[in-house]
Structure formats: C-alpha cells, structure tokens
Design a protein around this ligand. Sequence first.
Ligand code: ADP
Ligand code: ZN
Length: 346
Amino acid sequence: MKIRVNASKSYDVWIEKGARLGVADELKERGFKGKVAVISDSNVAPLYSEEMCDYLAYAGFEPYSFVFEAGEESKNLSVYAKILSFLAEEEFTRTDTVLALGGGVTGDMAGFAAATYMRGVRFVNVPTTLLAAIDSSVGGKTAVDLPQGKNLVGAFYQPDLVVCDTDFFKTLPYDEIRNGLGEGVKYAVLEGGRIFDILKQGITSENLDEFISLSIDAKRRIVEEDEKESGARKFLNLGHTIAHAVEKESNYSVPHGLAVAYGIKLMADTAKKRGELSEKDHSEIVSLLEKSDLSVDLMPLCDLIPHFSADKKRAGERLTLVTILGIGDCRLKEIALSEANEYFGV
Ligand code: ADP
Ligand code: ZN
C-alpha cells in the first residue's frame, strides 16, 4: 500500500513485502534519472546494496555505492563530509539522487547529506530496520551527532519517496526488532484502537504490514499537523524525556527502543499514582510491554530526573511531558524543571 504524506512537500511511503526489488522501476516511473548514490553501512551493504545497485543499473540509472562503518558512532561530521566529497568527486548534480539504504543512522546522515549537497538533491529513503520504518523515515528530520550530543546538527528535509520492504526485517537481529517495538508501543498508547490490539495479539507475518502502515499513518497525521515540532509533534515525545535520561545515564548502552519502553512504563506508573490513569488501562499498558518483551526495570527515577535539564526539547526552565490519561488519550503537560520531583512523586 501507499501512504501519501502532505508536508511542505508531498511524498509517498510505499509499504510492501518485496518492495525493494521494485524501487528502481518505481523511480524510473516517477521521472528520476541519472546518478543514484546508494548509502549504506557495513552490515547492510553486503546484504542488500549490490542487489539495489544491480536493479538500478538495469533500469537505466548510474548507481554508486558508498559504505560506512556500521554503528551510531559513524553518524558524525567526518563521515557526513566523506559522503559530500564522494558526491562531489562522482560529479553528482542537483538532478541526481541520494538513496539511504539502512537503519536510522543511515537515513538521518544520508538525508542530511541530501539536504545540504548543492543546497538539496533528490532523496529516497529505504529503511531496513523496524525502528527506521515506523519512526525516523517519515517526518523529514535529518541529522548527525556532535561529540556534545546526538542530532545536534541537522535540517528538516522531506524525502521524495520512502520505501518500506518488510522482508528486510528477516535479517534484523532480535534486539533491533525489540528496538522498533519500543517505538511501536508508543504509537499504540498514543492511538489506542487497532495498533494497540495488534501489539496485544503479538506481531506475526500476517499483521506486520498492517502494523507498520498504521504506525506510519499515525506519524503522518502528527507531522502533517506540525512539521517543525511546535505543537502536535510533541506527542511523539511520549516516554522520550525519560528515555533520553536513561540513554545518558547508561552512557548509551541501553538501546533507544528499550529506553522508550521504560519511559512509557514510568509515565504510566506516575499517571496511575497521580490518579490520572485507570488501574485497567495501566495494566493493559504493562501487559502490552510484557507481550512485546519490553518489560524492563532499568533505573530509578531519582537517577533520571537530574538529566531532564539537558533535554533538548526543553524550553528554558520548563519541560513538556506527554502524560497518559488513558489508552489513546495522551495530553501535553508543561512543568517547571524544579517541579519534576514533585510531579513524579520522588
Ligand atoms: P536504527 O536507528 O533504525 O535502530 P541503525 O542504523 O542504528 O538503525 O541500525 C541498527 C543496526 O542494525 C546496525 O548495526 C545496522 O547495520 C543493522 N541493520 C540495519 N538493517 C539491517 C537489516 N535489514 N539486516 C541486518 N542488519 C541490519
Ligand atoms: Zn524515539
């Protein structure tokens, strides 16, 4: 199926098993031409890059492959600059295309290169992780990290096309699936309804496409309303203030999806304690986390709250939390940093 995202630029997200084999023809049909830089990391390249380049060449494109060392550490200015130099050396022009083939690291960095090389070239995102498929590939955020923090340099740049092939997940390590599910639980709690039910039943090969489509559609609605994160997009931060603190406190050894799952758990616990969330919805959220193998007890809130002051999403001394009043009923709540202990009851 295809989901149309109407942001400052409109683009399609194509979700289908085996879609990667049709990317080249799809690009041709859409009028793309010339050079395509396939950017991937050292894990993904041996699995899928050659195949992608072959299909591109067969469809009449001039494919070039750029491979970088896998890992978040590579999402930095130096690898970003290498991608730019690579494009310049291969004489890419404004009508040529950058194609990200990989997880969030690849999509974010290749997207930022596409946004900035010659002030912007065509960008196609082909996410190969569950996390990137349901989260980072839609919404137009591109970035690299600085030694001082993650995603500190970047741009909003919408892709021309996003292609999600669920077959990619067959080679994904289990930890990476779990990582994606953490973000999936976020959509389930924000939206309720069918996404929640699918996760409650457990993801199977039968409902995977539907789960991805519903998650992407949820994200679409939010980013269409608020492309640059001034209002509705803040809901996507559910569980993330705590998640970022967990990541910092653990020196980034806790994977993002797990940290988000834990953040959602603590937000649900807090809301229950404050009498804002019913016993029933709280226990449904807890069992959803268990069902997704995301039931973790990582570290106490009192160790996490001191990190809130470093949250990038904070405005001055105030912080916007996404509170859970029910399944499918979350609200934004602004508190002062100094009120955090009291709010969380620690
Ligand atoms: P994300 O931010 O989406 O979790 P990353 O880009 O950090 O993604 O990728 C997570 C890890 O999974 C990386 O080591 C990457 O090389 C690897 N990876 C990505 N896609 C696949 C895939 N389809 N099969 C196997 N490994 C993959
Ligand atoms: Zn996230």
